[in-house]
Design a protein around this ligand. Structure first.
Ligand code: SF4
Ligand code: SF4
Length: 385
């Protein structure tokens, strides 16, 4: 296993981290619910530790608030001290200082530990950033650090570069966690966020390196590009190598669900050349070709310009189209469906559309938005969490 330095906190972590958001599940379709398959999850976590993974990422809310407890139980019997545990508290449950402390106490209990290595504000987004500052969440986290309950302070972020820059510049964070992969170099916080975090000495952790697993199973036209290269690698390895190549990244999270996936990941991150600078110019060009080919597969020509917003009924039109295009592009709708379900919780999904037509008049691409929203809704609805 390759190891890297964790920003200014200075400790070493495995370059492969295990994300505990996609633990194996047992789905009960009749009851419309699911729960973690505990035995399989324990097997994965313990095997990861045995093989040298020292970084585990979870969150208060993952798996209907059971992920922390599963991880804590799996790391019993002396494994906790061998690893770094990172978890996150969501903004929605941090209404008062008492809430913030109570939630941390619950998390410590679930994780069966006296301290969290790095404690994150979960999923900071531009619209809630001002309120995060007003609620004095960072100040509460600083107090926890003085008490020895947490050792580092960070945030996870899904959003665009401008807000990321503001958040990063506001506070001397110990770490930040962002979505990146070779499809997203110009999307989300972009590859520029990697450079900026590195400049500040902020440990950088990457989530969604395989875009929810979508990059693991490429369509034929993309597989042909990989196959034409003399060095044979799986699509998973290509995607990981894109990120391993950055010296600023401390850990790349993989949300493994099965033991074979975990074994493949460990093998990739254990190679002697799985280090920064591992991609040649030719290999980077191949990944650019792969990215362009994926993008040519999308079906709604939405550029994300947001000229159609705001919708008077709250529909996040480019967000809906992005989820749909991702499903079409990768031929797999699991991740987009989950994202769409989360949009629905914020009343931003296509079911809110009242067909007023305001947006269509503003769209420079002349997209029949009302009709395409219906198509997207049919394809994306029905995710069971
Ligand atoms: S047509 Fe639908 S999505 Fe477009 S502005 Fe009206 S309500 Fe919003
Ligand atoms: S205006 Fe059209 S292209 Fe721009 S985000 Fe809206 S739907 Fe997409």
């Amino acid at each position: 296993m390759q190891y890297r330095t964790y920003g200014k906190l200075g400790f070493q972590v495995s370059a492969l981290g295990m994300g505990c958001m996609r633990l194996p599940r047992i789905i009960d379709k009749q009851k419309n619910e699911s729960q973690v398959d505990r035995e399989k999850a324990f097997e994965l976590i313990r095997y990861g530790v045995e093989q040298g993974i020292t970084y585990f990422d979870t969150a208060y809310g993952y798996h209907n608030m059971t992920s922390e407890a599963i991880l804590g139980e799996a790391l019993g019997q002396g494994l906790r001290e061998k690893v770094r545990i990172v978890t996150k508290q969501p903004f929605g449950v941090m209404k008062t200082q008492a809430d913030i402390r109570r939630n941390l106490e619950q998390t410590l209990k679930k994780l069966r530990t006296d301290y969290i290595d790095v404690y994150l504000i979960h999923n900071i987004q531009a619209p809630i950033w001002e309120e995060i500052k007003q609620r004095q969440i960072i100040e509460a986290y600083e107090q926890f650090r003085r008490e020895g309950l947490i050792r580092g302070i960070g945030f996870s972020y899904h959003g665009l570069l401008p807000a990321f820059k503001d958040i990063l510049a506001y506070y001397p964070w110990d770490m930040c966690q962002i979505q990146q992969n070779f499809i997203d170099v110009e999307r989300e916080a972009t590859a520029e966020a990697i450079r900026l975090a590195g400049q500040k000495g902020c440990a950088l952790v990457i989530m969604e390196p395989l875009r929810g697993g979508c990059l693991a199973n490429p369509p034929l036209q993309i597989q042909r590009i990989y196959d034409a290269y003399p060095v044979k690698r799986s699509a998973v390895e290509w995607a990981f190598r894109h990120l391993i190549n950055y010296p600023e990244i401390s850990t790349i999270l993989s949300g493994v669900t099965t033991l074979p996936q975990l074994k493949e990941d460990i093998q990739i991150f254990s190679q002697p050349d799985a280090v920064p600078g591992c991609l040649s110019a030719e290999e980077q060009h191949i990944l650019s070709q792969v990215k362009a080919t994926y993008e040519s597969l999308t079906s709604i020509p939405c550029t994300g310009c947001e000229y159609c917003l705001p919708c008077p009924h709250g529909v996040h039109i480019p967000g809906v189209f992005r989820q749909y295009n991702d499903g079409v592009m990768f031929g797999v709708f699991d991740q987009p469906k989950r994202g769409y379900m989360l949009m629905g919780r914020q009343n931003q999904d296509a079911s809110q559309c009242k067909a007023c037509g305001t947006c269509e008049a503003r769209c420079p691409q002349h997209i029949p938005i009302i009709q395409e929203l219906q198509t997207a809704h049919e394809a994306l609805k029905g995710w069971i969490e």
